[in-house]
Design a protein around this ligand. Structure first.
Ligand code: PMP
Length: 459
């Protein structure tokens, strides 16, 4: 596409009129934005012609990669045929019916129903309302409290930000709202020193049981967690954790909810993260990879028992103008079909995922200030540490992470710092050669980073 304006003009206009998410506006405007103008596969280009490896698949969402030719064609056709209609007035349309049918095919057994939203946050808020409605219909309206986790991320709406455990979000706007409590995250490196992974997994799950007993099982509606905490820094729980969480939820008659907004649609090499960890939730929330970010759409997958209970309750007074938007649904359908029929999810499981994990560990474990090198499928991370032998983290959590992240950015690689966790989740279509290219760039950056730490006397 030909653009009429210069980068400087765009920067000026952006600073004048555009408020960015999760951004210190004054400092961004002093620096000026980087204009991303086009993308193909795993690569982005900025307005100054720089080619960038997108090691984050946008915001963990462009699973199918950039530049597909079929998805815009399908969007165009759908827009011409039926650009919009709602699903409120006892009406439906082919795009949403086809998508629902396909999602029931790719979902784990027992998830035959979906409720549509436009984003992960809306999926989470929908789930909160659904869980509370479920217990109302069951005749237990006092079961209202949801348990989330510190450092979990469930979106930016009032419900999602409350359920998430980001204290810097809670600080703004009196969150969490009532009826939401948190337990500590299953971060073995920090909270399980000296314990085996399995022992720690059971301990971390027991914190949920403690919280249930503290609140009273008769008041707890659900426990909600990401299979792998993504935005919290790719915190991968030990194998013993999720099965034990499931056992506890069943024991106390509490719904188990997986937030699959990042893990869903192939990220771990399975269709959903719950399959990686071997547990069955009652409900799970999705967005991102559902359309690979080509259009905004989310879906709440509702287990058959919950769906039947909600149906028995009559009206569920909830929904969005754009629930099941025809164009987003048509694009999501084509995306999910391609993830399946082109073997993209299978390749992450069998080929590129294991390759990435092997190369990631080989490349980064040798660095003096890198520890807890981890990952599964095409989601991976490591933690920057002051001292590996004593497992000591840096002071001022997040400061060193940003410094490291900035070096990656300057060298044409986007990886993200979540505190001092450096994380990556590239498009699922990344090839082995591209994995090598990405890791080689990252290794160069890490050498520069460790040198800088020494120069600044930080290590
Ligand atoms: N849940 C999880 C697990 C997420 O990672 C995110 C976004 N990173 C959300 C919910 C919120 O999604 P959205 O930004 O689309 O509202």
């Amino acid at each position: 596409m030909k653009h009429q304006r210069s980068t400087a003009q765009w920067r000026e206009m952006d600073a004048a009129h555009h408020l960015h998410p999760f951004t210190d506006t004054a400092s961004l405007n002093a620096q000026g934005v980087r204009m991303i103008t086009h993308a193909d596969g795993i690569y982005l280009w900025d307005s100054e012609g720089n080619k960038i490896i997108d090691g984050m698949a946008g915001l963990w969402c462009v699973n199918i990669g950039y530049g597909r030719k079929d998805l815009p064609e399908i969007a165009k056709r759908q827009m011409e045929e039926l650009a919009y209609y709602n699903t409120f007035f006892k009406t439906s349309h082919p795009a949403v019916v086809e998508l629902s049918h396909l999602l029931a095919e790719v979902a784990p057994k027992g998830f035959d129903h979906v409720f549509y939203t436009n984003s992960g946050s809306e999926s989470v808020d929908t789930m909160i309302r659904m869980v509370r409605r479920y217990w109302d219909v069951k005749g237990k309206p006092q079961k209202k409290t949801l348990i989330g986790r510190w450092n979990g991320y469930h979106g930016s709406t009032i419900g999602g930000a409350s359920l998430g455990g980001m204290s810097y979000m809670h600080e703004q706007g009196d969150l969490p709202i009532p009826g939401i409590v948190h337990v500590q995250q299953p971060w073995h490196y920090k909270y399980g020193k000296g314990m085996s992974a399995d022992e720690f997994g059971l301990l971390a799950a027991s914190w949920i049981e403690d919280k249930i007993l503290e609140v009273g099982a008769d008041k707890v509606a659900a426990f909600v967690g990401e299979p792998i905490q993504g935005a919290g820094g790719v915190i991968i729980p030990p194998a013993s954790y999720w099965p034990e969480v499931e056992r506890i939820c069943r024991k106390y008659d509490i719904l188990l909810v997986a937030d699959e907004v990042i893990c869903g649609f192939g990220r771990t090499g399975h269709w959903f993260g719950q399959q990686q960890f071997g547990f069955t939730p009652d409900i799970f929330t999705t967005a991102k990879g559902l359309s690979s970010g080509y259009l905004p759409i989310g879906a709440v997958f509702v287990g058959n028992e919950v769906a039947a209970t909600l149906a028995a309750g009559g009206d569920f007074n909830h929904g969005f103008t754009y629930s099941g938007h025809p164009v987003a649904a048509a694009v999501a359908h084509a995306n999910v079909k391609a993830l399946r029929d082109e073997g993209i999810v299978a390749a992450v499981h069998e080929d590129t995922g294991p390759y990435m994990q092997k190369r990631w560990r080989e490349a980064f474990s040798r660095f003096e200030h890198v520890d807890d090198v981890r990952g599964v499928g095409l989601i991976q991370a490591f933690t920057l540490v002051k001292d590996k032998a004593s497992q000591t983290l840096f002071d001022n959590w997040g400061e060193i992470g940003l410094m490291c992240r900035d070096i990656f950015f300057r060298h044409g690689l986007i990886m993200r710092a979540c505190g001092d966790h450096i994380v990556s989740a590239p498009p699922l279509i990344i090839s082995k050669d591209q994995i090598d290219e990405m890791i080689a760039t990252a290794v160069e950056c890490m050498e520069i980073f460790e040198q800088k730490l020494k120069e600044r006397g930080l290590a």
